[in-house]
Ligand binder design. Sequence first.
Ligand code: Z2T
Length: 756
Amino acid sequence: MTIDQKLLLEVREALRNRLDEYIRNMKFDSKQVLYVSMETMPGSTIANTLMNLPEDDPIWQKLQDLNINYEDLVLSDPEPALGNGGLGRLTACIAESCATGDVPLSVNTLRYRTGLFRQKFVNGEQVEVSDIWCDSSGNYFFEFPLPQAAQRVEFGNGNNKVSVEMIPCLIPQIGAGGRCVVTAACKVGEINAPYGVDPELYRRIDEQLYCEDQFTRLRQEYALSSFTVKSAIRSCLAKGHRIEDLPNDFCLHINDTHASLMIPELLRILLDEHLQGRYDAWDVAWDIATRTFVYTNHTIMAEALEKWPLWMIEQMLPYRIGQMIIEIDRRMMERLTRDNPQLTSKQIESMRVIQDGMVHMANMDIFTAYSVNGVAKIHTQILCQRELNAFWLAMPKKFCNVTNGVTLRKFLAFANPGLRELITKLLGSDTWIRDTTKLRELLDYADDSSVQASFLEIRHAEKEELAAFIKEQRGIDIPSDFIFDVQIKRIHMYKRQLLNCLHIIYLYNQILNDPDFDMVPTAFIFGGKAASSYRQAKDVIRLILRLEKIVNENPIVSRKMRVAFVENYNVSKAMLMIPATDVSEQISTASTEASGTGNMKLMLNGALTLGTLDGANVEIYEEVGDKGMFLFGLHADEVLSYQANGNYCSWDAYKKNPELKKAVDMLVDGSLGDNFSELYNELLYGEYGNAPDRFFVLKDFESYVKAHRHVRAFYKKPSEWAKQSIRNVALAGRFSSDRMVREYCEKVWKIPYGKV
Ligand code: Z2T
């Protein structure tokens, strides 16, 4: 479907009006947060705009006149896929909540000409197709370039000096109160390269998200970092403030380590351009830096912690950047040894910025930032007690937790209009859309059988819509009276889609062995992309697509279960799938998922969580208790202790349980019609030098099977199920990004929430 041009213009007008108002009302006296993120995934701008326009906005009448179906509209609106998963989506939720809460924040990011790939299934495998989110001349309809705010970023040294113009393009996000914040997505403008240097190398800076080429990747990180620091300094001085006032004017938020180069960049500019000749220049610069930066950590997975070779930084960036890093490292060692006699030299060494010629970005961030936070209770705990323990012992005060949240205007109010109406009717007004604590009042209705019936009806209608979509997209029939069991997230070994698959194979065997096997019919629905170079994850996709065929095409098995993999999962697909979910699969190995945010979006819509005590599942469990959630699996301390002692043997579980053994063997014995030997090896022998079954899939299998049995038994009691579903919605207010942003204001950014 091509989107009605008139409508596009209407939405664009609405955005431009708010943007103009925003620029007119910019409060120059209050502190601004620059949230610097290599990723953002706002989803459809049409949806993001419409969802927050008040009911009396003239645009609604016009839409009605045009007779437009929103769901089709949103699904056909190309989304700026400038991110991978949770981290990029969180950035967009933060922006939306800041717009709603009148918090002066802007997101700085890069404007990748090709975002994350579009996923296609060809011959039972994922194929990556380049994603076109702009028109044929490279423009995006809902962005507003701001060339007057461009900055020049410099690379290299001496005769090889190159300068690249970075031009911000603004994508406004309107909040529920009608104000807006902007995402400044930077693109490359004019490049000045001396004779002999290929300017094309620098064109690549805004070419694509997470490019494999490490040189380009480093240039991307520096371009975003330098642009941001320069913008902040320019604006501070333009207000007539002194450079020492920078920390009062700006908080520079390092969203994971990708923008860590802001630290040496700020020191460099301060020392070389603003504090020259002052005997205390370093101390002043350092004092400014340590009051300006904050850092959020989003993972403890070692392979995701960024380290850059110092030589690469020295060679490709201005040489002063390398010098700054060396100086931070030197002074840090002096300070840490002087102030922490209680720490061992091994502990001190672990905190070093430069180790074996590699720059440990997180270490530089933690030492410099005045605030360091994790994204869920258990994640922050593991950071403090384990991963970053030495830092925590040396500087406990700068650590805090801010549990993630999601915007319920998008994922509940807009995505699930039936539920929105019911809640508004029950609570007597729609103020819960901005004050999510009000959702708690729904608890009064959890036992009310007519409310329970309405809940189930709304869910059923959503399930029919999703089933129709899956039929159209994948040609698979899913009866809407099946349990909709949904796992939607990036494909990753630690997220354990493989555990879900082994359970499906197990059920398949059970049904075939015993045609009377008593089972509430269940549809296992997946969505998610695998990184193009991640072989095991792509094998998992291949496995799920195999299971689709084997299960759905078997006349006996398909009476009791179905499998479907929704192609090209993205933000708009999420809005379609989440309201239709009965069971939310959140089954990562305990201690591996920092927070998870899909778990929150699903809970918000009344899905019951089937999960481990990992990430924010822990806090979901605190809210809903045993009856509101199906828990299974090892606890984080058990996982960490197995890892520390190396005493987990995956063969034990495999040999002990014949049904599990059978399911695992089927990965390689040909009965699935294809071979999955790498996944088999992963479980029993270990791959890439890792321990066998490093994510405890086999260990947790029995407990997972049991949890699923509970799910099916519970589903037979619709009134009980509906009651817990209502409780889930009622208790989800804590997971609103409004609460998260309020906490960031208080604990991290140190600015008032909302209007002063
Ligand atoms: C990402 O999506 C997340 C962490 C990363 O660490 C990178 C990416 Cl692309 C570098 C996710 C976490 O895995 C998830 O648990 C969390 O909810 C999300 O960030 C937002 O904090």
